[in-house]
Design a protein around this ligand. Structure first.
Ligand code: HQG
Length: 180
């Protein structure tokens, strides 16, 4: 499987394990899991044949470890828009986390803070490099440090996804540390 195909399969899985399972007749359980065996069948029946071996390679080699396997089941590790409870325990974040975005959102972010938009949570990175990559998906990246220590003291909670993304419900403007 070449890289282009791997990205296509990964995007297809993200779409149906995070956002629109019903589009291919899948039902996620309350924690987002579905039987791995159901996937190639569902995909084929809806015009996107995937070999079981391709599926396994994408899960194992995905650049961001987007998918988790538990026994016979698979789920997306984060990024859902459908209602799922991933059951992640709360975790103590480092003093600072980082959010990658682009200049056109900054006015709104200064006023409203960070909001989850279409996802369940605001996604934060443990390091600037990762946040830079997240922002760069949309244009020239801008990285905003988040005072996670101050948020914890103010009672906010954080969870850490299986693939290392820090999740929190929202970040009020006062906890954003805009450079300059
Ligand atoms: C912005 C990818 C206006 C926010 C990445 C972002 C990540 C606001 C966009 C993961 C705002 C939401 C998540 C406000 C936030 N006003 N804009 N108040 N608050 N925003 O894609 O963090 O490939 O939902 O800055 O690597 O970009 O999917 O979030 O630009 O880990 O596995 O609204 O998605 O991973 O966009 O990315 P997203 P994100 P995957």
């Amino acid at each position: 499987m070449n890289e282009q195909r791997a990205v296509k399969v990964s995007k297809y899985l993200s779409k149906h394990l995070r956002h629109e399972p019903e589009r291919i007749g899948l039902t996620l359980d309350e924690a987002g899991w579905v039987e791995i065996d159901a996937l190639p069948e569902a995909a084929r029946a809806h015009g996107f044949p995937i070999e079981r071996a391709e599926l396994e390679r994408v899960v194992a080699e995905n650049d961001k470890r987007r998918f988790a396997v538990d026994g016979s089941r698979i789920r997306a590790s984060q990024g859902h828009s459908v209602a799922v409870d991933l059951g992640l325990p709360t975790a103590e974040p480092p003093a600072y986390l980082y959010h990658g975005t682009v200049a056109r959102f900054l006015d709104a972010i200064r006023h409203e803070g960070l909001k989850p938009m279409n996802r369940h949570d605001v996604h934060l990175s443990a390091d600037r490099e990762t946040a830079t990559r997240v922002g760069a998906r949309r244009g020239r990246p801008v990285v905003i440090p988040v005072d996670a220590g101050a948020m914890r003291r103010a009672g906010h909670t954080f969870r850490l996804s299986a693939n290392g993304v820090w999740l929190t419900a929202a970040v009020p403007p006062r906890h954003l540390r805009f450079p300059g």
